[in-house]
Design a protein around this ligand. Structure first.
Ligand code: SAM
Length: 282
């Protein structure tokens, strides 16, 4: 079982490498993940002067959308990987969003005072934290009384063909190790009630969770494979283990399987996220 420090180091290195792919495929990724961010934001009651903390912000969402809703407020974008936050800062500048700041830190050790934020968001970050209970206690600590926490995580692989198609193709050539229990993996928080229980243990109230359908839309099966192989952590790591010929066979396999999702001029592969919201006692 890797130590928390080893998990953090592994994640930091992995996401530093993935940042280029996330920036290259920004508009497709943001369109895909957008509905989860929108669903989270709807439950956060963002005021014009909101003080908001976005955790595992990556390339900036949903923090940048929240900053636009809070022109008199401030949004702090945080992430373990400086390279991801560099992309977030470039996106903020390109979008003319200036009421943000970035801070490199781990979700389970936040460099912020108690009760300093009105709301906290964590879009598709929870499953990568070394200690999710400690991280949730940190989110509750920095929230003001009555403040809200909203997160999203992935539901099961069967509900997410956008990634399971690629993984299935990869396993035809690469023997993937079984996920370490309590190690950082994409579907670690998939069980219904899993994140809600973390919220309850951290003392949050009015906890609710609900599922949000998403869709990965690309111009073609070929573009689907190109973007997946350049920004999904498990795919990028697995493809580094094989030679060019095996990579080509994996590509052919994935493209053949994803053609079932062609609709007119686009390839539309579904997915399912779960959102979870809770409130700190007033
Ligand atoms: C899937 S990306 C999500 C990015 C963004 N929130 C979004 O939805 O587009 C996951 C992010 O979690 C970050 N991460 C991983 N472990 C972390 C930790 N311990 N603390 C903070 N961020 C972490 C990664 O660096 C990465 O940017």
């Amino acid at each position: 079982m890797p130590s928390p420090e080893q998990i953090r180091d592994g994640q930091r290195a992995a996401w530093a490498r993935l940042s280029t792919g996330w920036e290259k495929w920004d508009s497709i990724i943001m369109d895909q993940l957008g509905p989860a961010g929108t669903a989270m934001i709807e439950r956060l009651d963002i005021a014009a002067d909101q003080q908001h903390l976005d955790i595992a912000s990556g390339t900036g969402e949903p923090g940048l959308s929240i900053a636009r809703l809070a022109p008199k407020g401030r949004v702090v974008l945080t992430d373990l990987a400086a390279e991801m936050l560099d992309v977030a800062a470039r996106r903020a500048a390109a979008q003319g969003v200036s009421n943000i700041e970035t801070k490199v830190c781990s979700a389970d050790e936040l460099p912020f005072d108690d009760a300093s934020f009105d709301s906290v968001s964590v879009r598709f970050g929870y499953m990568f934290f070394p200690d999710m209970a400690k991280a949730t206690a940190e989110f509750a600590r920095v929230l003001k009384p009555g403040g809200r926490l909203a997160a999203s995580v992935w539901v099961s692989p069967d509900d997410n063909p956008w990634t399971s198609i690629a993984m299935q193709a990869i396993t035809t050539e690469v023997e993937l190790p079984p996920p370490a229990p309590d190690g950082p993996t994409m579907f670690r928080c998939a069980a219904p009630g899993y994140v809600s229980a973390l919220y309850a243990d951290a003392g949050l109230l009015d906890i609710a969770e609900w599922d949000v359908p998403l869709e990965l839309v690309t111009d073609s099966p070929e573009q689907y494979w190109e973007m997946i192989s350049e920004h999904v952590s498990l795919a990028v790591a697995a493809l580094q283990q094989v030679d060019d010929k095996a990579r080509e066979r994996i590509r052919t396999h994935a493209i053949a399987n994803v053609t079932a999702f062609e609709q007119g001029a686009k390839t539309r592969v579904p997915g399912l996220a779960r959102c979870i919201v809770g409130t700190k006692r007033a």
